[in-house]
Design a protein around this ligand. Structure first.
Ligand code: DX5
Ligand code: ZN
Length: 222
């Protein structure tokens, strides 16, 4: 199973984003956290910023929308050319219709689940999505502690994805470091968002390599 490490620029220097992207050249995708100050109590980037980041980034963008009314706004993010657009299940009125719309625009469609949101309603319709993001912290801020209590949900998703041989990436986001990435990989994640552990490091490339190695060593990765 391929392992992907997606650094989150939420912990990067916002005044030097082009330079910060240059520090993570061995990553797989760049995770971009869009927050609207309503769905979460924090505010980050809009469509214009995402479009411009996509133009200067050598790596594809993995856009995580922590916003209300994604049915209305997510297509605009897909139209920026983002490689993948992930919206929250808790915020979407019609998740399947929205995912189909994102795919029709040309983006991979992702659905994100907060720690308290169960996966069951989605297990039978996983083929409508290209990625499921299991939040391993409450969304809103970087630098929080990984919640191991979310791992049974991840295992249920992995069982279904592998059992039905679906091409759906299972992503974890929040509190990922060399210790917790092994726990998440063992529970079935293949795509790992890491913000503070990569960008607050003096050597992000070394950090990406050690995260990759720790994930690859887990049972599921073989
Ligand atoms: C949190 C964001 C995360 C955040 C992760 O709401 O969705 O992507 O950047 O940061 P760390 O890795 O520091 O927990
Ligand atoms: Zn995120």
């Amino acid at each position: 199973m391929p392992i992907r490490i997606n650094p989150s620029i939420l912990s990067a220097d916002f005044a030097n984003l082009e330079r910060e992207l240059g520090r993570i050249s061995t990553a797989d995708l760049v995770h971009v956290d869009v927050m609207d100050n309503h769905f979460v109590p924090n505010l980050t980037f809009g469509q214009q910023m995402v479009r411009r980041l996509g133009e200067i980034s050598a790596l594809p963008l993995d856009v995580h929308l922590m916003i209300d009314d994604p049915d209305r706004w997510a297509p605009e993010f897909a139209e920026t050319g983002a490689y993948s657009v992930t919206f929250h299940a808790e915020a979407a009125a019609d998740a399947v219709a929205l995912a189909r719309r994102l795919r029709s625009i040309g983006a991979r469609a992702g659905i994100a689940l907060k720690p308290g949101t169960p996966a069951e309603p989605f297990l039978e319709i996983l083929d409508e999505f290209d990625q499921v993001l299991v939040m391993t912290v409450e969304p809103g801020f970087g630098g929080q502690e990984f919640m191991e209590s979310t791992m049974p949900k991840l295992r249920a998703l992995r069982e279904r994805v592998s059992g039905a041989a679906l091409d759906v990436w299972l992503q974890v986001d929040g509190g990922i470091n060399e210790r917790t990435i092994a726990i998440a990989a063992d529970a079935g994640a293949d795509t790992f968002v890491a913000g503070s552990s990569v960008f607050l490091s003096d050597d992000p490339l070394d950090r990406i390599a050690s995260l990759h190695a720790a994930a690859s060593a887990s049972a599921h990765a073989h």
